[in-house]
Design a protein around this ligand. Structure first.
Ligand code: PLP
Length: 381
């Protein structure tokens, strides 16, 4: 199988699992317990927090472990909105993950917040000026993702953060897809909150983290025993936190080389697909995109049908965002780029990992052109 769906999820790396293993077996203590077993778990958790904070360039106390990207986004958006007495206005981009968009929708429905969504260009860039145009003196939070999960476009987060701060709003970025590919240095990004998720980079599903700049007020979403400095109750996932720390550290150490190598492979793959599949269109920004993302529309064909044909030929990828899979509606991201509904339904996303080779990508391009040929000619109009 050629696995080109790494933006959906990845397998746990062996080194990550080995680091986690003791905390799943003999070192199984609860970090809140006073006895030594518990205290050893507490110190493993503290060490994991340090290691995550080293990658983010922040203080350990600014890192809250969560159950993943969805929870981090919920805590950032709902937590900051409900804690901040500044006002009841939120700004997000139209192409955010559902975890952000639905949190905003919840705040609008249940708490009377006004929500404005910033438009994007046809290649999925959020313009800082467009965000600036939506800001109000009572804007509480601006949430713009670092890189898009469907089309891979990378946003100018630092410029947008500057605009958000001009009106005193908190700036959150969803870095779930950027992690492992781009620098997560929160100082350089200028953000007050940043979400990451373990399973996109070789840690298990069910662990994530939220950076919250010191002094940023947040109302917890989960109430209970007051773990994670009261921000996120629930017995800590010690093994998961250790796994996330190791995976983030490994990814960060290899990041620059990995990004350069994958960019070359990705561009070769994109060029091959555009040359061999008549009518194929790249979606997302041609340059400002994640090194591991190659996404296309194949007008006239069904993305789902292309996916099935590819899988028959041993290539696994995705027809849009994994979270939207199984639903029939066209992706809100592709619609926001200005694609019409039928064209949006033709989308196919290929996402690479560090392990992806040029040989695999050549085989995938061959499989794609065979798949498309077997489904009939594309309409180029
Ligand atoms: N944000 C983005 C951009 C994502 O791509 C995803 C998952 O696909 C999430 C958030 C949700 O993360 P998790 O699966 O860890 O809940």
């Amino acid at each position: 199988m050629i696995y080109l769906d790494n933006a959906a999820t990845t397998g746990v790396r062996r080194t990550v699992l080995e680091a986690m293993w003791p905390y799943l077996t003999e070192e199984f203590g609860n970090p809140s317990s006073q006895h030594e077993l518990g205290q050893r778990a507490a110190s493993a958790l503290a060490n994991a927090r340090e290691r995550v904070s080293a990658v983010l360039g922040c203080r350990a106390a600014e890192v809250t472990f969560t159950s993943g990207g969805t929870e981090s986004d919920n805590l950032a958006v709902k937590g900051v909105a409900l804690a901040a007495p500044r006002g009841r206005h939120l700004v997000a981009s139209a192409i955010e993950h559902e975890a952000v968009l639905e949190s905003c929708a919840h705040l609008r429905r249940e708490h009377g917040f006004a929500v404005d969504l910033a438009p994007v260009t046809s290649d999925a860039l959020v313009r800082a000026a467009d965000v600036a145009g939506l800001l109000r003196p009572d804007t509480t939070l601006v949430s713009v993702m670092y890189a898009n999960n469907e089309v891979g476009t990378v946003q100018q987060v630092a410029l947008i953060a500057e605009e958000a701060h001009r009106v005193g709003a908190v700036m959150h970025t969803d870095a779930v897809q950027a992690a492992g590919w781009l620098s997560l240095d929160v100082g350089a990004l200028g953000v007050d909150a940043l979400s990451v998720s373990g399973h996109k980079l070789g840690a298990p599903k069910g662990i994530g983290a939220l950076y919250l700049r010191r002094g940023t007020r947040v109302e917890p979403v989960l109430h209970g025993g007051g773990q994670e400095r009261g921000r996120r109750s629930g017995t800590e996932n010690v093994a998961g936190a250790v796994g996330l720390a190791v995976a983030l550290g490994l990814a960060e150490a290899a990041r620059a080389d990995r990004a350069a190598a994958s960019t070359l492979l990705r561009d070769g793959f994109i060029a091959r697909v555009l040359a061999r599949v008549p009518g194929a269109r790249l979606t997302g920004h041609p340059l400002d995109r994640l090194p591991g993302n190659a996404s296309f529309c194949f007008p006239g064909l069904s993305g789902e049908a292309v996916l099935l044909e590819l899988e028959r030929r041993g290539v696994v990828c995705s027809s849009g965002s994994a979270c939207a899979a199984g639903r029939d509606e066209p992706s809100h991201v592709l619609l926001a780029l200005g694609l019409d509904g039928p064209t949006a339904q033709t989308a196919v996303r290929f996402t690479l990992s560090t392990e992806t080779t040029g040989v695999e990508l050549e085989a995938a391009a061959d499989a794609l052109s065979e798949s498309v040929a077997s489904l009939g000619a594309l309409s180029t109009g």
